[in-house]
Design a protein around this ligand. Structure first.
Ligand code: GAP
Length: 453
């Protein structure tokens, strides 16, 4: 099951502390959101799952965490200064601004006027002054994609890790775009995070690797609980391709507001490394890039047999973290009708994504023995390193179960009189089945580890 509409997700996200409008008490900042106590856990868990799959489970990928502030020259040679634009139209009547390709008619969506300007290119990059003198020349861009820092660090990583083709560099981090019309909650925002892999391959092997990564990424999203029926592949037509792309396959997800891009998997050829590379003559550059003549970069790899310097091609799976959070929240959102006629809302996250793994609920919050045992169990389970284990002594177990259903906690452990006075067993209550079973505290760690794996 998924949410019926975006409003249901927005309401739950605020009520339970997943996502808030940024600067909420001052009326918000358009296209900017903050992740609350549960949102930060969910987001971190999604990023960890990506990092595990992309870096730890492989032997051919290294990680990177580069700066957000970017030297403008990087973004000149990447092509972003010239081409990273959306078509902007102004309404002369009410002064509102719109993205021309998002308009459904020739009328202003705000006031209905037909008096719109011709579309003009609007660059999406944010600029900021660097240093104390703001004279217009000492500025940096906030990166619009994490990818460029992977390309500009290519030589550093080559020199420090000596990889052989094919190999990849992975990065998760913030990106900024001054979207003309941010909309649909965290779907299109101005500050967001990306999870990007640049996978470098020999030219000629690029198309096979492109297919490979499309399949890998589909399987990964399925492992995060995204129903394959809600994903579609979109082969981007030539006239819609980004300036660097030879071909792109978008993974489209059925968001509450419609089918839209969750991740793009592009064949960027040698466009970026080529354009950041000096001395075109030394290297084998396949695409028609204009190599940089200012820098002294050697963004190429030497074939040890032929001794030829080659600028590799790159396949880039690039996923939005925020869109990923929205997709897994939508997939998890379930409303069930119970036998007694009541409804329960359950966020059925996969255990590895759940913000809270286990909630420990003492039956009585003022019973010394029960409280001490519950705290002791929390400490023991926390040491497993699975994520957040919550001790919660509100005293109402039934309400606790409902609350933890709604935030997606897979297991609740209740400590009661039987635990401390009789047999050292606790009740484990399962979110999905609502079944309860008694388990000895000695077996609890093994039970929880097994359930979360
Ligand atoms: N390096 C390639 C690149 O940046 P992109 O298709 O522009 O390609 C990749 O962006 C992903 O980043 C998208 O599939 C989307 O998930 C996410 N993304 C892009 N713009 C976004 C925005 N304004 N708000 C939220 N996520 C965004």
């Amino acid at each position: 099951m998924t949410a019926n509409n975006m409003d249901e997700l927005v309401a739950l996200a605020k009520r339970r502390g997943f996502i808030f409008q940024s600067s909420d008490i001052y009326g918000g900042l358009q296209g900017v959101y903050d992740y609350g106590p549960l949102g930060v856990e969910l987001k971190n868990n999604l990023k960890s799952a990506w990092w595990r799959a992309m870096v730890y489970d492989r032997d051919d990928v290294e990680g990177l965490d580069a700066a957000i502030l970017t030297n403008p020259t990087t973004l000149r040679y990447s092509g972003h200064e010239a081409t990273f634009t959306d078509p902007l139209v102004d309404c002369r009547e009410c002064k509102s601004r719109w993205r021309a390709d998002h308009l459904e008619s020739d009328q202003c969506p705000s006031c209905g006027s037909n008096d719109l300007t011709e579309p003009r290119p609007f660059n999406l990059m944010f600029k900021t002054a660097v240093g104390p003198v703001d004279d217009g020349s000492s500025f940096a861009y906030l990166r619009p994609e994490t990818a460029q820092a992977i390309f500009t660090n290519f030589k550093n990583i080559l020199d420090s890790t000596s990889p052989k083709l094919p190999f990849g560099i992975a990065q998760i981090g913030k990106a900024f775009r001054n979207e003309i019309t941010p909309r649909n909650f965290i779907f299109r925002v101005r500050e967001f995070e990306q999870m990007e892999l640049e996978f470098f391959v020999k030219p000629g092997e690029d198309e096979n690797w492109h297919d490979h990564w499309v399949n890998e990424r589909l399987s990964w999203w399925a492992a995060q609980g995204v129903n394959e029926n809600n994903l579609e592949l979109y082969h981007v037509p030539a006239d819609e391709l980004a300036h660097y792309s030879k071909s792109t396959v978008d993974l489209m997800y059925r968001f509450p507001h419609g089918l839209e891009e969750l991740e793009g998997i592009a064949n960027r050829t040698d466009y970026d490394l080529g354009s950041h590379t000096k001395n075109q003559g030394d290297y084998n550059i396949q695409s028609e890039v204009q190599p940089n003549t200012e820098a002294n970069a050697k963004l190429a790899i030497q074939d040890l047999e032929t001794k030829e310097w080659q600028v590799p091609y790159v396949i880039e799976p690039s996923a939005g973290v925020d869109r990923g959070v929205l997709a897994v929240m939508n997939e998890a959102y379930t409303v069930e009708r119970l036998e007694d006629g009541k409804e329960r809302t359950v966020m059925s996250f996969r255990p590895h994504l759940a913000p809270i793994k286990v909630a420990i609920l003492p039956l009585k919050r003022n019973h010394e023995g029960i409280v001490a045992k519950a705290k002791d169990i929390k400490k023991t389970l926390q040491k497993l390193g699975l994520g957040r284990i919550l001790y919660e002594d509100t005293g109402n177990i039934g309400k606790g179960y409902r609350r933890h259903d709604e935030v997606g906690t897979p297991l609740c452990v209740t400590v009661d009189f039987q635990t401390v006075e009789e047999d050292d067993t606790v009740t484990i209550r399962n979110r999905d089945t609502m079944a309860q079973e008694r388990v000895h505290t000695n077996d609890l760690s093994a039970y929880v580890s097994e359930y979360m794996s």
